[in-house]
Design a binder for this molecule. Structure first.
Ligand code: ADP
Ligand code: MG
Ligand code: ZN
Length: 315
C-alpha cells in the first residue's frame, strides 16, 4: 500500500478501527464495544490496543499517523475532548496526548460530525464539491461544513454545531439547555422521547404496544408510522419539517453546492426527507436553492472512518 492511515471512530456505543489508503481502500476493519461505563482510562487503553493490533496486522511502520473521530464538543488544535454526552465521565480529556503516549504515533483528532463531512468530501458523495453542508442524523444531530474546500472549525474548534440551530424559539427543551433546537425535534433521542410520551396516552395504539414489548426508540416510532399509526407518523413528519427549516437556514448562511445527509436516522427515508425537502424550499432563498443538490450519504457507517483517514492523508 502506498500512502496509508490508521483511522479510529470513537462513538458512545462502538469503537471502530481501520487502515485506509489514499484511494479509499479499506484494509482492516475492527470493532469493539466502547464500554464507556468502565471509565475514561479503560476506553483510551482499548483504543490504543486496537491501533497496535491494526498496525501489527498490516505491518505498518511507526511513522504512520492515526486519525481519530471523537464525540464533542472537542478542541482539535489542543486535542482535548471537552465533554461528550454519550461518554459518561469525559470531562476535558486530553485524548490526543494520551494516545500519543500509549502508541508512540502522531494522533490527529477531530469532532465526529466535522470529520464525517471530510469523509464525504474526500471519499464520498461530495468529492469535488468545494462548498458542502453535511448533516449526521443519529442519536443527536451533528453537522460539518466545508466552505471553499476547507472545514469550518471556528475560533475554539467548536464550529458547526448545526444541531443547535434554533427552529422554534418556544420549542421543546434540548439537551444543551436551549429551546427549540432542530436536534430537539429531529434526532434519535428526540423522536424516542416524543414516542415514549405518546405511548403513555391513548393516542397511539402502535406505540403503546411497542412500549409494552420493550423500549420505544426512534426506530419503533418510524415502524409504527410505517404501519399507519397516525400519531407516530406526525412525530416523523414534524421531525422532517424541523429538519427542512434548519436546512433552509444552512442554505441561506453557507450557500452550499451540496447537502449530504447521513446517520442511522436517515434510514427512515421518504417519510422524514420528503417533508424536509418541501420545507427547505419554503425557507431557503431561491437564488441559492437552485444550485443545491440534496443527497444521502453513500459511505454508510464508515463515513467517520474515512474522515479520520482524511485527517491524516489529506492534511
Ligand atoms: P450514533 O452514531 O449517534 O450512535 P447512528 O447514526 O448509529 O447514531 O444512529 C442511531 C439512531 O438512529 C438511533 O436513534 C436509532 O434508533 C436510529 N435508527 C437506526 N436505524 C434506524 C432505522 N432503520 N429507522 C429509524 N431509526 C433508525
Ligand atoms: Mg460539527
Ligand atoms: Zn440544543
Amino acid at each position: 500500500m502506498s500512502n496509508v492511515a490508521i483511522a479510529v471512530d470513537l462513538g458512545g456505543t462502538n469503537v471502530r478501527c481501520s487502515v485506509i489508503d489514499d484511494a479509499g481502500r479499506v484494509a482492516f476493519d475492527a470493532r469493539q464495544s466502547s464500554d464507556a461505563a468502565e471509565g475514561v482510562d479503560a476506553v483510551i487503553s482499548r483504543i490504543a490496543r486496537m491501533i497496535d493490533a491494526a498496525a501489527t496486522d498490516q505491518q505498518i511502520g511507526a511513522s504512520v499517523a492515526v486519525g481519530v473521530a471523537a464525540p464533542g464538543p472537542l478542541d482539535p488544535q489542543r486535542g482535548i475532548v471537552r465533554y461528550a454526552p454519550n461518554l459518561p465521565g469525559w470531562d476535558e480529556v486530553p485524548l490526543r496526548d494520551r494516545l500519543e503516549e500509549l502508541t508512540g504515533r502522531e494522533i490527529l483528532l477531530g469532532n465526529d460530525a466535522n470529520v464525517q463531512a471530510l469523509g464525504e468530501f474526500h471519499f464520498g458523495a461530495a468529492q469535488g464539491v468545494r462548498d458542502l453542508v453535511y448533516v449526521a442524523l443519529g442519536t443527536g444531530f451533528g453537522g460539518g461544513v466545508i466552505s471553499d474546500g476547507k472545514l469550518i472549525d471556528g475560533a475554539g474548534g467548536l464550529g458547526a454545531e448545526l444541531g443547535h440551530t434554533t427552529v422554534n424559539i418556544a420549542g421543546p427543551r434540548c439537551t444543551c439547555g436551549a429551546l427549540g433546537c432542530v436536534e430537539a425535534y429531529c434526532s434519535g433521542w428526540a423522536i424516542a422521547r416524543h414516542g415514549q410520551m405518546l405511548a403513555g396516552t391513548d393516542r397511539s395504539p402502535a406505540l403503546a404496544a411497542a412500549a409494552a414489548a420493550g423500549e420505544v426508540d426512534a426506530r419503533a416510532v418510524a415502524d409504527a408510522a410505517e404501519d399507519g399509526d397516525a400519531a407516530a407518523a406526525a412525530i416523523i413528519q414534524q421531525a422532517g419539517l424541523a429538519l427542512g427549516a434548519a436546512l433552509g437556514n444552512f442554505v441561506n448562511i453557507f450557500n452550499p453546492q451540496m447537502i449530504v445527509i447521513g446517520g442511522g436516522l436517515a434510514e427512515i427515508g421518504t417519510p422524514l426527507l420528503e417533508p424536509a425537502e418541501a420545507t427547505l424550499k419554503q425557507f431557503a432563498l431561491h437564488d441559492m436553492l437552485d444550485g443545491v443538490e440534496l443527497r444521502r450519504s453513500r459511505l454508510g457507517t464508515r463515513t467517520g472512518l474515512f474522515g479520520a483517514a482524511a485527517l491524516v492523508l489529506k492534511r
